[in-house]
Design a protein around this ligand. Structure first.
Ligand code: BGC
Length: 935
């Protein structure tokens, strides 16, 4: 038995992170004989002194709280001893280290005294250490973003430190372990400071100097010598400033490097008064280069532009080895797609230059610009005659989170869709959840974050990432009396204007993100920490309610970018904004009441459950007809009635939704809000096939249409590239916008059936309830919950449905099988099945012949809609049935319904027994999963 994946506050060996209340520890058990944990004991030591002892705990939990008194700048060892129910024992240890906590600073804020050092100055100090160093930590706060170096060698591997937040509220302190980089004797510590989000041009208004106008740092180097003595080197007036090789470095515009500059001259620094924001230990996860990509292709466009194609829309930068062109100046523009003629397309970046400019001093070097980042698949290089591929490496950087979920299927388009959403998360989880990573926006839009967080929580361990976002959200909310701005940090955007107000579905990030993250992490302390923000948001909504229990006032983004929008220049969709807003009122009231119940706040739980019920009743009165029809005729209105639970007749609503999709030629027309829950609403209410059919379409509009058009990330708009190849509305058209990737949550929950349970969060028990479809031959999905790895695999074969389930140590799977008979084969043995099976740790195979056919043989009794979507079957009908071939084209404008036989009979085409037999024979080789939905 082994203890693995031990985390403190959902991070591995965190150093210098803010401790809010108490840290929590979590871990997983593998290679055990036993099924579950009998007991655990957690002890925490400061050196050899025991500071916390949990005692022997017999009740297993997803996380354990470490209630130790903590001191600043101290490393704590956490020892864990687990005993299994088979009496195996395992021991392990991990550590965490506190940052400066509330300790006062000896250092002062410093900045260059004059202008001559440019916009990206270096601030440094030469100092001598007389003795051997045992341990050293560098603590840095910065107005801007910085890289640190010791003796000319970069410190650590983090990029974009100290990251992005509302600097007027708080400034993050980054802790670096610099022990191996210090030497006895002379050392040079330097910090290169760029504008970053602090002073650089950023935000919707394109403003600069939002939080200040001076690049500045505060730093302390704490050194413990081998002989036990200590010293502190702090920023003060004795430091120097000098020019760097960076001429400029901005988030939107990129980096200009000039190695011909003389940078040696040292000039004085000046002391600045403390910055407005409180210096606080960090919450931002490290942004690191997590993957590297080779160049996929080198191309010359029809206009003669020389480009690198990375084969993947990615976020980060290029690492460039200049050896083969050391004497050349060059410049690069990063961009996402080629235009319809195959030339460089920069227009959708709007004002963002996304450039890298390099002036050489003739020397060869490996260069990369960690003071900015780019969203790109292509790089247009000017100044070089040829592009040797090996000189360029794509560095993919994002907040360091482990991937916890994976899905592969028998369908390559679907696999690519999964990857596209995953790449969307990689590209847009650079310190904060952004809408897009390339144009002059890159903001922490709350609506986008809210709809995607269910998917994000399956794909990666996001608890620490969202903790930082929620910390920022709480600051914004405090200033706005519970309201949540449209993006976070708000960059003081229109605090008195439009952005001071909140939009439904956007502001609901305040309730949806904490609740979803709790469900996945099982960490109640997280929920308790965010509960005030959840409640404040709900109370804000309640104040917008004029007493009728509807949210029918104010501006809302509605069903943003829905295709049923009547006015493309105001893309809010057709679904009434009061319906969307009230649905979220109901949803947030429900989530807050659930959270209150989990936390034991009984009065709040009851109060908010009652509020939710009042909103539901008011919505039913306003938005549902007496016969149970959703009065608003849109797909999204029906989706919300099902998902937010205000339909009075859910079966009817689900049938109406399926019918609306069929009437729209089998296509969706939903926007940011409806799309997120569209397939879930269908599958959860008896229309699983409709969900699959929608997902598997490869024609416009739909998820796989984008894949068919070569997308390697999720697009902002369904028509970011139109069927004729032309590009979508240039004023707002990103090719890396994860919102519609929210469908991946359906892939995990419904297609694979991996469902977290509210009563057993953190994966202590999961419902395993796959909903396969004849549209797919097989699927294999895994999700590593805090409790351990759950896996579900299914395959459709002639002899029935085959499943394989894996349940981790300490976990339980509540197996709910689709269309199962009363007896199934479990690990090869016949066992009775009556609606649910409880399984503990282990790997199980299940097989049975389902009550409904999943392995479809096509013929006259097949669904007409499916046959008519299949090119080979349609062709056969045309060739073999003259009466069919003679039908006028307009009869096909009505979507086909019923069986093929009945449908054709309705059109006056009879199928004889002979034809039916021939048809069955001719179509025997056609597999349902090969029936492409392409018109
Ligand atoms: C962003 C979105 C965002 C929206 C709100 C856009 O500019 O890119 O994704 O949610 O505005 O309306």
């Amino acid at each position: 038995m082994k203890i693995t994946n031990i985390q403190i506050d959902h991070m591995t060996e965190p150093m210098g992170f803010l401790v809010q209340d108490h840290p929590v520890v979590s871990y997983q058990i593998v290679e055990a004989q036993g099924n579950a944990q009998r007991s655990v004991r957690i002890c925490v030591y400061d050196a050899e002194t025991l500071v916390f002892d949990s005692g022997v705990l017999e009740h297993a939990q997803p996380v354990y709280v470490i209630k130790a008194p903590l001191s600043p700048r101290t490393r704590y060892e956490v020892r864990i001893a687990v005993v299994s129910d088979a009496n195996e024992e395992a021991h392990t240890a991990t550590w965490f280290e506190t940052g400066k906590m509330d300790e006062a600073w000896q250092a002062q804020w410093i900045a260059p005294a004059g202008e001559e050092t440019g916009s990206v100055p270096v601030l440094g100090k030469v100092f001598t250490l007389e003795k051997a160093v045992a341990r050293a930590r560098l603590y840095v706060g910065c107005a801007g973003i910085y890289t640190a170096s010791l003796g000319g060698v970069r410190v650590g591997d983090e990029c974009l430190t100290p990251y992005c937040n509302d600097y007027s509220a708080w400034m993050q302190i980054i802790t670096h372990d610099v022990t191996p980089q210090l030497c006895q004797g002379e050392n040079v510590l330097e910090l290169t400071v760029a504008e970053g989000w602090h002073q650089g041009r950023f935000g919707l208004q394109g403003a600069s100097k939002i939080y200040g106008d001076t690049p500045a740092v505060i730093a302390e180097l704490h050194v413990c010598f081998a002989d036990g003595t200590q010293t502190v080197l702090a920023t003060d007036a004795s430091w120097y400033a000098r020019k760097s090789c960076y001429v400029s470095a901005g988030i939107y515009d990129g980096v200009t490097l000039d190695y011909t500059r003389s940078t040696a001259e040292k000039t004085p620094v000046r002391i600045l008064p403390p910055c407005a924001g409180k210096l606080t230990d960090r919450l931002s996860l490290p942004v690191r280069v997590k993957h590297t990509l080779p160049v996929a292709n080198v191309l010359t466009t029809p206009k003669g532009e020389l480009c690198l194609d990375m084969g993947q829309n990615m976020v980060g930068w290029l690492r460039i080895d200049t050896t083969l062109f050391a004497d050349k100046d060059f410049s690069i523009r990063f961009f996402e797609v080629l235009d319809p003629e195959g030339n460089v397309y920069l227009d959708n970046l709007r004002s963002a230059k996304q450039a890298f400019v390099y002036h050489t001093d003739g020397r060869a070097r490996v260069t990369e610009p960690p003071l900015s980042f780019y969203g790109f698949r292509y790089a247009w290089v000017e100044g070089l005659d040829t592009l040797p591929r090996e000189a360029f490496t794509g560095c993919v950087a994002y907040s360091d989170m482990e991937q916890t979920g994976d899905i592969t299927t028998s369908n390559v388009w679907l696999n690519r869709l999964f990857l596209n959403a995953l790449w969307g998360q990689r590209g847009n989880f650079v310190d904060m959840p952004t809408d897009c990573p390339q144009r002059d926006e890159r903001l922490g839009w709350t609506g986008d974050a809210q709809v995607f967080c269910g998917t994000a929580n399956f794909n990666m361990n996001t608890a620490a990432f969202y903790r930082k976002y929620m910390y920022d959200l709480a600051f914004e909310q405090q200033r706005r009396n519970g309201a949540v701005p449209h993006f976070i940090p708000s960059f003081q955007d229109g605090e008195d204007g439009a952005h001071a107000r909140s939009s439904a579905a956007w502001g609901d990030a305040a309730t949806v993100i904490p609740w979803t993250t709790y469900l996945h992490s099982g960490d109640k302390t997280l929920l308790a920490r965010e509960y005030p923000a959840m409640k404040a948001w709900l109370e804000y909504i309640r104040r917008q309610d004029s007493g009728n229990r509807l949210w029918d006032s104010g501006f809302h983004f509605g069903d943003w970018l829905a295709l049923d929008t009547p006015r493309p220049e105001r893309p809010l969709g057709t679904t009434p904004s009061e319906l969307v807003a009230s649905a979220y009122y109901l949803y947030s009231a429900t989530l807050v009441s659930k959270a209150a119940a989990v936390l034991g706040y009984a009065a709040d739980a009851a109060q908010y459950a009652a509020l939710a019920q009042e909103v539901r009743t008011a919505m039913q009165r306003e938005f549902i007809t007496p016969t149970g029809r959703v009065a608003s005729d849109t797909q999204t209105a029906n989706v919300l009635a099902l998902f937010m639970a205000f339909a009075t007749d859910p079966d009817r609503t689900a049938a109406d939704l399926a019918a609306k999709i069929a009437a729209n030629s089998g296509h969706l027309n939903t926007g940011f809000v409806g799309t997120a829950y569209l397939c879930r609403a269908l599958s959860d209410h008896g229309h699983n096939e409709a969900a699959w059919n929608l997902l598997m379409r490869r024609d416009y509009p739909g998820w796989l249409y984008e894949v068919d058009k070569g997308a390697t990330t999720i697009w902002e708009r369904w028509n970011s590239i139109k069927p004729d190849g032309s590009l979508g509305d240039v004023s707002m058209n990103s090719y890396n916008h994860y919102a519609y990737g929210a469908v991946v949550e359906w892939l995990y929950r419904n297609a694979a059936g991996l469902q977290p349970l509210e009563e057993a969060p953190g994966g202590t028990c999961m419902r395993l309830s796959p909903q396969p479809s004849p549209r797919l031959e097989g699927l294999n999905a895994s999700y590593r919950a805090p409790q351990g790895l759950y896996r579900c695999e299914w395959r459709i074969a002639q002899d029935g449905l085959h499943f394989c389930f894996e349940i981790p140590f300490g976990g339980t799977g509540r197996l709910v099988l689709p269309d199962a008979p009363q007896e199934i084969l479990l690990n090869g043995e016949a066992v009775p099945y009556c609606g649910e099976l409880l399984l503990h740790k282990g790997i199980y195979t299940v097989q049975y012949m389902p009550l409904k056919p999943y392995f479809i043989a096509y013929g006259a009794e097949s669904a007409a809609a499916e046959v008519m979507e299949s090119e080979p079957m349609k062709r056969w009908l045309q060739e073999q049935l003259p009466a069919f071939a003679a039908l006028p084209h307009y009869v096909f404008l009505e979507p086909p319904t019923g069986t093929l036989r009945a449908y054709l009979a309705g059109l006056g085409v009879e199928i004889s027994d002979e034809t039916a037999a021939a048809m069955r024979q001719a179509w025997a080789g056609i597999r349902s999963w090969d029936v492409g939905f392409v018109s």
